[in-house]
Design a protein around this ligand. Sequence first.
Ligand code: NAP
Ligand code: MG
Length: 398
Amino acid sequence: MTKIEMKTPLVEMDGDEMTRIIWQLIKERLICPYVDLKTEYFDLGLANRDATDDAITIESAEATRRLGVAVKCATITPNAARVEEYGLKQMWKSPNGTIRAMLDGTVFRAPILVKGIDPVVSCWKEPITIARHAYGDVYKNAEMIVPGAGKVELVYTAADGTETRELVHEFANAGVVQGMHNLDASIESFARSCFNYALDTKQDVWFSTKDTISKKYDHRFKDIFAEVFEADYAKAFEEAGIEYFYTLIDDAVARVVKARGGFIWACKNYDGDVMSDMVSSAFGSLAMMTSVLVSPTGVYEYEAAHGTVQRHYYKHLAGEVTSTNSVATIFAWTGALRKRGELDELPDLVCFADRLEKATLSTIEAGEMTGDLARITTLENPCTLSTEEFIDAVASRL
Ligand code: NAP
Ligand code: MG
């Protein structure tokens, strides 16, 4: 067949360990036979990040700003053990953190539903997408142990030197105290990312905080969301037949557990951290989860939600057969190809992405899957495939 042509290249961010092997297999067996794949390639493997003093990560984020759509392989975030293992010049920062800071985005994570892997919550029929604000609050806090009696105050010193004070607590005895912050600009970009993503995927947005208790801090989030919505999105939402809905976090939790799914749940940083683990485990598996970073300017970076699957990689290096699930990485590629196809008006590319996803899901539904899913499926007599066999099974269906 004639290969599907692309117009604009994707930004391709290669990565580490088991996911780097899967990356190559996906390109070679699932994409390149059908698509004349155009990418700007950045090797974010740890060895190359070290060799380039991490400049490669920054270049890949700059290319993403320029080209608009990226696909990223899982990468190692070095710790002390990795510094030794790879003989690194220094403990480089998390590439995801660097890229996120440069693109100023919100991360959307949604489970991939498939027959035979049932959610623990039986009424969930459609995915629940968590949109997590990735800046500030408790993740950029200042905290203190209060050793004994004394007064704790918040002090704001304006540029002209004037001070505004707010009493936190008059301590009679020892205790603890914490200060945290957020920025109007960051909250606004969080809101825009959520509303843009909702329009893109035709889903309602739920946003929840605890503004009844946090009358200034959480209330600021609620107000900014409402202002941005009214000013720039209300009309588009109405036309798209979707809704924006604000409620208290405890009410949201109660509603989510009774819901059907099919909506975006926008969460403050801490709430998103906790709730995304709850939602993903209740839906089945981290390897069955899509993840995309969306910037307020409409730049997209697709990735898998899991890591480099180090334990499997060492088995692979020792010559053992592995059974690593490639679904999230396949969906990172299809997400990016589909988005590129939409932006460049290439219906064949969009259609290819749909078919590759369909082939992947129908392989699992036919009982052919990797070990992680075989252990939890409700299908009878599932066939456990190796990493490579699973990709080949998808290829033959495709
Ligand atoms: P991980 O790679 O997510 O794997 C943790 C465990 O989860 C695996 O050992 C495996 O369990 C299971 N698992 C995860 N993905 C799987 C898949 N696709 N198929 C089958 N099983 C899967 O987390 P980690 O081992 O803690 O981290 C390894 C490296 O990844 C670290 O260096 C970390 O920095 C990096 N990381 C990167 C990203 C990213 O780039 N987005 C995210 C998280 C972590 P069993 O061993 O029981 O089979
Ligand atoms: Mg967490």
